[in-house]
Design a protein around this ligand. Structure first.
Ligand code: PHE
Ligand code: ZN
Length: 875
């Protein structure tokens, strides 16, 4: 069922079921660019071979057609059909050469799709459908071709001229002022992997010797002055290249590898063949300006884009419905890489937190869609947590079910069989079936069904006394999602273990649930038992168990599985916060009870236990955020949910005051900065202690934070101190914010951090303070990073102001989205996702948000925003 509140205006969706292969093969593409900011001329020469009957459809958008030639002969206007979005040629010969000349305007390209300018440099973004904004072309991933790119630009302003593959020629143009370069990419690729960059850069260079002994020069191109900040990215790249050889047997293929950083970018980064383009926020880092989280993200995104060279580029997607083929697999690969670099347990906890924080709400809300969707209005709207994060979980389950050796056999076969093709999920799964002899037909349901399955665990008899051999029943159910009312059982690998008072009583077991319900028996034990279910989060499900607080406390202390030890604490915290939120809503006075006391004791034990590393401790001492709490409640007041979370942190801060203070001092900085996991863990735990002390409103905290802010030698500590101060409130906040701004105003990435702290602050002036910040001297609504920093953090991480009871937060936010939509529909549509939560909220806010969505729909928005608004509103 597709909501259609504007009959006649909602554009028809693209459907998976309507897929048809292209009529023409493109043997080669020759592109010739005369680069000028306001009028770039593009000549394209396509060598075509017919593969089936029919017309040739070339996509084009926001470009001016100058001329078309067929086999050297100019075509007249009547010889082709030109629509708003296509150039159509009929009755073409079976073999022909088409030459098309167009112009585009990079300087006015505010959508940041196609060819645009960032900081005066030319760059491109073509995934998913940006190439059509450069030239007329079959802009679909199943048309693969070899590209030769010639470009020309003034030498002084654009000393570097880059494109995919290998540079085969370069030199000065006749005019003496310009120069040119010719690039050849020998690997056939779809247009979305095309890239071109021209401008002035500083470079950082190194090389990597591949497993077959080839020397690959590596170059990172950054804004002048930024080169030292690219060290960590370069180091991550080399580690990623080695890891892919060791773990998946994948070697790099071109003669060089280049990475470019740009400041204006719609997403994180892009895997263009041989020429990755990065949002500078995911590439540049040094101790003074980047947090440990930034370093961690850079390492994983650099690896992610590099890994795409095999999962995405060598094997690409047949159509955009198969997006998870490259994204799910590549996220899985980068998660495994990070686990190997930084520790598997902590990595798993972080990945699951992200999944639960972003993907579970999506799966439970109005925008729920399968990992392989069956229709879309704008594909840009489907770069979602479901495609990426849930997509990665499916690959992880595949590995869990098949075992590591068989998984590797399957991936080897996949790389061998489908290299050079545009593939489907079915073909991917078939490779694993063929390599292992397993029947994976039921596994396909994971790709087709939206919604997070709920796994229930019940036992025949109580486990609180010695267990005489009882039975455990696992059962699954998935709630209906928009457009999908019937759900069938999926394949669920469940890793579980019996835990006693002093530790595990059995080895971990693996039960693969394939039906609605399955029963297994538990052996006899002479003592009470707690079940540790779903260890390592072996399947992406919501767990309903009969666990009591006692069980969770036991697991926190005794579960050998680090993930579930952490999970037990989170479950307990969620229960405590949820109960508190309900109490607050009904006007009751917060109750402290035994569970709270024992929870705090368990945290204290974790804090002091030498078995656990600091990263794990920091994560255990972090309580679930408001978004996650709202998921477990019904029609809740989001401010009550926030306050309940704050109440728990305050209780922990108070009860553990002495321990936290002690730890804070013990863990103080020991000199030289290193971004490695262990040093980052020390900082994470120390700052976690500070934050909890602040939540406890401890009088010493302001002093500690002020001191830390003044003396910090790295951004992790500096920013943590600043955030702590904003939480404490009072006069000092504005002074600290101003000082921080003055100190960092010349560094855009740090100023983005400053804006995001501003966006999250519970300003006493209310939402008008945020509004004022949009008029700040360095606020720039054209720069997506800056908009996300302020408006994104306001909508996602400032429950008090965003959900202000008078609706002022929503009014402001809607204005911002609509304003953004006039420039950049992709970014606007993503922001609008903040309203996805509405069904989880109380009646009054539900009405308010529905009204906002209706306003959006009535304002004649872009197709991107219209799709998100109509789906979010539902019918
Ligand atoms: N393909 C990119 C990635 O995940 C994401 C992306 C999509 C970037 C669309 C830009 C535009 O690695
Ligand atoms: Zn990706």
């Amino acid at each position: 069922m597709r909501p259609d509140p504007l009959p006649g205006t909602a554009p028809a969706p693209t459907r998976l079921a309507d897929y048809t292969p292209p009529n023409f093969k493109i043997n080669s593409v020759d592109l010739d660019f005369d680069l000028k900011p306001k009028g770039t001329r593009v000549k394209s020469k396509l060598a075509l071979t017919r593969v089936s009957g029919g017309d040739l459809h070339l996509d084009g958008e926001d470009i001016d057609l100058k001329s078309v030639k067929l086999d050297g002969k100019s075509l007249k206007r009547a010889d082709y059909t030109l629509t708003q979005t296509q150039l159509i040629l009929t009755d073409l010969p079976d073999e022909c050469v088409l030459e098309i000349e167009t112009t585009c305007n990079p300087a006015d390209n505010s959508k940041l799709m196609g060819l645009y300018l960032s900081g005066g440099r030319f760059c491109t973004q073509c995934e998913a459908e940006g190439f059509r904004r450069i030239t007329y072309y079959p802009d679909r991933p199943d048309v693969l071709s070899v590209f030769t790119v010639r470009m020309k630009a003034p030498k002084d302003k654009y000393p570097y001229l880059l494109s995919n593959g290998n540079m085969v020629e370069s030199g000065d143009s006749e005019d003496g002022k310009s120069h040119y370069a010719v690039w050849e990419d020998p690997f056939r690729k779809p247009a979305y992997l095309f890239a071109l960059v021209a401008g002035e850069f500083d470079t950082l260079e190194d090389s990597f010797t591949t497993m077959s002994g080839r020397d690959i020069p590596l170059t990172i191109y950054v804004d002048p002055g930024d080169a030292p900040r690219a060290d960590y990215a370069l180091d991550s790249l080399k580690r990623a290249m080695k890891w892919d050889e060791d773990t998946f047997g994948r070697e790099y293929d071109l003669e060089r590898f280049m990475v470019v950083a740009v400041r204006d970018f719609n997403f994180g980064a892009m895997e263009n063949k041989g020429l990755n383009i990065f949002n500078s926020s995911l590439l540049l880092a040094d101790a003074e300006t980047a947090t440990d989280m930034n370093f961690e993200r850079i390492e994983s995104v650099v690896a992610h884009e590099y890994f795409h060279n095999w999962t995405g580029n060598r094997i690409t997607c047949r159509d955009w419905f198969q997006l998870c083929l490259k994204e799910g697999f590549t996220v899985f690969r980068d998660q495994e890489f990070s686990a190997d670099q930084r520790g598997a347990d902590v990595q798993r906890i972080k990945d699951v937190s992200a999944l639960r924080g972003r993907q579970f709400p999506e799966d439970a809300g109005p925008l729920a869609h399968p990992v392989r969707p069956t229709e879309y209005m704008k594909i840009d709207n489907f770069y979602t947590a479901t495609i990426y994060e849930k997509g990665a979980e499916l690959i992880r389950m595949l590995k869990t079910i098949l075992g590591p050796e068989n998984f590797r056999k399957g991936s080897d076969l996949y790389f061998e069989m489908l290299d050079g093709t545009a593939a489907t999920i079915e073909q991917f799964i078939e490779c694993f079936e063929q390599a292992t002899g397993e029947d994976l037909s039921q596994f396909m349901r994971w790709y087709e069904q939206a919604g997070t399955p709920e796994l229930s665990v019940t036992v025949d008899e109580s486990l609180t006394t010695p267990v005489q051999g009882t039975r455990i029943t696992f059962s699954q159910r998935t709630k209906p999602t928009p457009g999908q009312s019937e759900k069938t059982p999926v394949v669920l690998p469940i890793k579980w273990q019996a835990i006693g008072e002093n530790g595990p009583l059995s080895e971990p077991q693996m039960t693969v649930l394939t039906t609605e319900e399955n029963t297994v028996s538990l052996p006899r034990f002479d003592e009470a038992v707690s079940l540790s279910v779903l260890q390592d989060f072996s399947a992406p499900v919501i767990l309903n168990s009969q666990q009591t607080s006692k069980d969770q406390l036991r697991l926190m202390a005794q579960d050998p599985n680090a993930f579930n030890r952490w999970e037990a604490g989170q479950t307990l915290a969620r229960k405590l916060i949820g109960t508190q939120a309900l109490a607050l809503e009904s006007g009751e006075i917060p109750q402290t009870d035994d569970a709270l006391r024992e929870y705090c004791e368990a945290l204290r034990n974790t804090l002091h236990d030498d078995k656990f590393d600091n990263n794990f401790k920091a994560l255990t001492l972090s309580t679930p955020g408001t978004a996650e709490i709202l998921q477990s409640l019904d029609q809740a007041d989001p401010i009550a949910a926030y306050l309940a979370g704050d109440w728990l942190s305050r209780a922990v801060g108070n009860r553990l005051r002495g321990d936290l203070l002690q730890r804070y001092h013990d863990l103080s900085d020991d000199g030289e900065f290193s971004p490695d996991a262990e040093s980052a863990g020390r900082r994470a735990l120390r700052n976690r202690c500070l934050s909890l002390l602040a939540s406890g409103r401890d009088a010493v905290t302001a002093g500690l934070a002020t001191e830390q802010l003044g003396t910090a030698t790295n951004m992790t500590d500096e920013l943590a101190a600043l955030i702590t101060l904003t939480k404490l409130g009072g006069k000092r906040v504005n002074t600290s914010m101003e000082k921080f701004y003055d100190k960092w105003k010349s560094n855009p990435l740090v100023i983005d951090k400053w804006f995001s702290v501003q966006g999250m602050r519970n300003h006493v002036e209310g939402v008008s303070a945020i509004k004022e910040l949009t008029e700040h001297e360095v606020y720039d609504a054209r720069n997506p990073n800056r908009v996300r920093a302020l408006i994104g953090s306001f909508a996602m991480a400032n429950p008090n102001l965003f959900h202000a009871p008078d609706g002022s937060g929503y009014d402001f936010f809607t204005d911002q989205v609509l304003d953004m939509d006039r420039r950049n529909p992709q970014v606007a549509a993503r922001l609008l996702g903040a309203y996805e939560i509405w069904r989880k909220l109380d009646d009054r806010r539900q009405t308010q948000i529905k009204d906002q969505l209706k306003t959006v729909i009535a304002s004649n928005p872009s197709k991107n925003v219209l799709e998100i608004a109509t789906k979010t509103l539902g019918n």
